[in-house]
Write a protein that binds this ligand. Structure first.
Ligand code: GLU
Length: 449
């Protein structure tokens, strides 16, 4: 805690010893606690009521066995998780991640981030997260269906539209939400639309939910650029990843006049000097579930695939890390700074390492943390819940306008709070303090629960 606050340091050390080995969770907690010294000094009641310790301890953690049978008739066992972190502002809300790297520490880091992110949206949603170490890569539709059904056969008893509302994250998209919703509906014999978000448009989903995280990140950057009297026109943008967040970030940058010259997947990164061909990328990634090598093969001479090195060495004005945690490190930050990058905005959750963030901010690069810049996805999930609760469905333009307004308001809230605490332009500090304060005030109101 920069040696500033012994109380915060003691809380952090307790988190370390109570949650051994969960390094991503430690990192997420450290980043938030590091911002809160001045808040605790100004409002000692938060410390007296133990708000910080309570916030670092999930309200409930569920770990379960997920047995399923693969296409060869072999039994497979995975581990399922749901961490219901904080329900001060509303039902637990957050995605499910299916990826072999998932373990309790990843789910807790994501759930912890979600508390502050969801608070920043200004909508009534608490924080939670879940997932499994199941690897959907290379699995048939039938295998994914059987896995999702088995996963939901345990999860259903813990969730509900007023209790906990899961959605997608890495490895969980429309297909998986469909299979899980189908199983929930079958077990409970209820058409409870609001129990999951990210549903298909025909059965209770919201317009713009698919696009929302990527679009929202770009709306956030648009607001950052506006503070400098600039826009996207003529800007070169590098976007890591090529999943749901990256694809729709690329789409919105292109709509606003910017040029996306690079994207990536786990096999490497593509540089396409003529600008990424988004229709082709969507075909390869969303329809064929293929690799970037397939994109390059179909695209021809303008695109080059690099299987070594880092996408962040590609010169750009704006960098949008939209892949996964800790994908942009100190060396990457140095390359970006050397190449004159002006803005780094996180479409993924915690993609920049702490030393990377420090280098960027010290060099005056505008830095938008994920919990603010990627809040558009969960915000639109909350809009989906609103539509489900009122048995209504809104049009695309109206919903996109709501998303744009929410992103602008998160941007402004971060800046105003940073100003208030004497750190103008520090979006990370502003996001942490503004997100924290709203949750803390609700927890104070509820007493020691
Ligand atoms: N997984 C997304 C996130 O990281 C969205 C969660 C949701 O829509 O509930 O915020």
């Amino acid at each position: 805690m920069a040696g500033r606050d012994e109380k915060l340091q003691a809380i952090y050390e307790e988190v370390l010893s109570r949650n051994p080995g969960e390094t991503e969770f430690h990192q997420a907690v450290h980043e938030v606690l590091d911002s809160l010294g001045p808040v605790i000094a100004k409002h000692p009641t938060y410390a007296e009521a133990g708000i910080l310790q309570r916030m670092c301890e999930p309200e409930r953690q569920i770990i379960f066995r997920v047995p399923w049978m693969d296409d060869r008739g072999q039994v497979q066992i995975n581990r399922g998780f749901r961490v219901e972190f904080n329900s001060a502002l509303g039902p637990y809300k957050g995605g499910l991640r299916f990826h072999p790297s998932v373990y309790l520490g990843i789910v807790k880091f994501l759930g912890f981030e979600q508390i502050f992110k969801n608070s920043l949206t200004g909508l009534p949603i608490g924080g939670g997260k879940g997932g499994s170490d199941f690897d959907p890569k290379g699995r048939s539709d039938a295998e994914v269906m059987r896995f999702c059904q088995s996963f939901m056969t345990e999860l259903y008893r813990h969730i509900g539209e007023y209790t906990d509302v899961p959605a997608g994250d890495i490895g969980v998209g429309g297909r998986e939400i469909g299979y899980m919703f189908g199983q929930y509906k079958r077990i409970t014999n209820r058409y409870e639309s609001g129990v999951l978000t990210g549903k298909g448009i025909a059965w209770g989903g919201s317009q713009v939910r698919t696009e929302a995280t990527g679009y929202g990140t770009v709306f956030f950057v648009e607001s950052m650029l506006k503070t400098k009297g600039e826009g996207f026109e003529g800007k070169k943008v590098a976007v890591s990843g090529s999943g749901n967040v990256a694809i729709y970030a690329i789409e919105k940058v292109q709509q606003l006049g910017g040029k996306v010259i690079a994207c990536s997947d786990s096999s490497g990164f593509v540089v396409d000097e003529q600008g990424i061909d988004l229709d082709l990328l969507k075909l390869v990634k969303e329809v064929q579930r293929g690799r970037l090598a397939d994109y390059v093969k179909a695209r021809g001479a303008s695109a080059k695939l690099h299987s070594k090195g880092s996408i962040w060495a590609v010169p750009c004005d704006i960098a949008l890390p939209c892949a996964t945690q800790n994908e942009l490190n100190a060396a990457d930050a140095k390359s970006l700074i050397a190449n004159g990058c002006q803005i780094v905005a996180e479409g993924a959750n915690m993609p920049t390492t702490p030393d990377g963030v420090k280098l960027l901010t010290d060099a005056g690069v505008g830095f938008a943390p994920g919990k603010a810049a990627n809040a558009g996805g969960v915000a639109t999930s909350a809009l989906e819940m609103q539509q489900n609760a009122s048995r209504d469905s809104w049009g695309f333009e109206f919903t996109e306008q709501r998303l744009a307004t929410i992103m602008r308001s998160i941007h402004d809230r971060c800046l105003t709070t940073a100003d208030e605490y004497g750190k103008p332009g520090d979006y990370a500090l502003g996001a942490n303090i503004a997100g924290f304060t709203q949750v803390a005030d609700a927890m104070l109101a509820f007493g020691l629960v």
